[in-house]
Design a protein around this ligand. Structure first.
Ligand code: SF4
Length: 223
């Protein structure tokens, strides 16, 4: 690409972000634009109160943006599943999360129609996004914006899940070759005991305006 075209690319990217933010607002979710990861941390901080009980789902984005460091700053009562040693303690944190003040996470994909599309293996993350914590704060890089739910289904099984399976050192077919089912059929794919594409959720129009807050970052972050 010619270097002189780069500003136009940035402009088009911001237009796409603004379009998605408008659609999220229409779906009764608050949307924020953070040009950089550092700005995203400031937005998240403004949405939390010192002393809040907070929790989060597994997320590369929260680590990479610095939001996880904010969560561990000591200002909050952080239910930190990475700070416990046993599976029983982790399960207890998952259950306590339902009564947290705020749940922080990313979203596997966000459509230009203002929908949050997520796929889980165990379900603790999507469950808390759907129900429980008073506030849900979603932080996502612009690279996760896709046209619609069909595009989201393809994106997640062809990129997000293989990358997460590799990160978690899980032996699934998609860590060796393409997933055998990326066409939107939810049951398609592997029959691996390590499969992490089991629980599919879409958050569309929200009944409560003040619960879901989406921070879109103008940087490529997470996957
Ligand atoms: S269905 Fe299996 S192979 Fe396909 S993306 Fe999910 S875990 Fe990977």
């Amino acid at each position: 690409m010619d270097r002189k075209d780069m500003p136009r690319r940035a402009e088009a990217m911001e237009l796409k972000i603004r379009r998605t933010m408008a659609a999220l607002e229409k779906n009764n979710m608050h949307a924020y634009y953070a040009p950089t990861s550092a700005d995203a941390v400031k937005v998240v901080e403004s949405l939390l109160q010192e002393g809040d009980t907070i929790s989060c789902g597994g997320s590369v984005t929260l680590d990479a943006t610095g939001v996880k460091a904010l969560m561990r700053s000591g200002k909050y009562n952080f239910l930190d599943r990475e700070a416990v040693a046993t599976d029983e303690e982790r399960q207890e944190i998952y259950r306590k999360t339902f009564s947290a003040d705020a749940f922080l996470t990313s979203s596997n994909a966000i459509t230009e129609n203002g929908e949050l599309y997520n796929v889980d293996g165990g379900g603790n993350r999507v469950a808390a996004m759907l129900f429980g914590p008073n506030k849900v704060i979603v932080v996502a890089g612009y690279n996760k914006i896709v046209r619609d739910l069909d595009a989201a289904a393809v994106y997640v099984k062809s990129l997000t899940t293989p990358a997460n399976a590799m990160r978690l050192k899980l032996d699934t077919p998609c860590t060796h070759a393409a997933c055998p089912g990326t066409d939107g059929d939810m049951c398609a794919g592997c029959r691996s005991e390590n499969r992490i594409c089991s629980l599919f959720t879409v958050m569309a129009y929200q009944r409560s305006k003040n619960r879901v807050h989406v921070v879109l970052v103008g940087e490529e972050v997470g996957y």
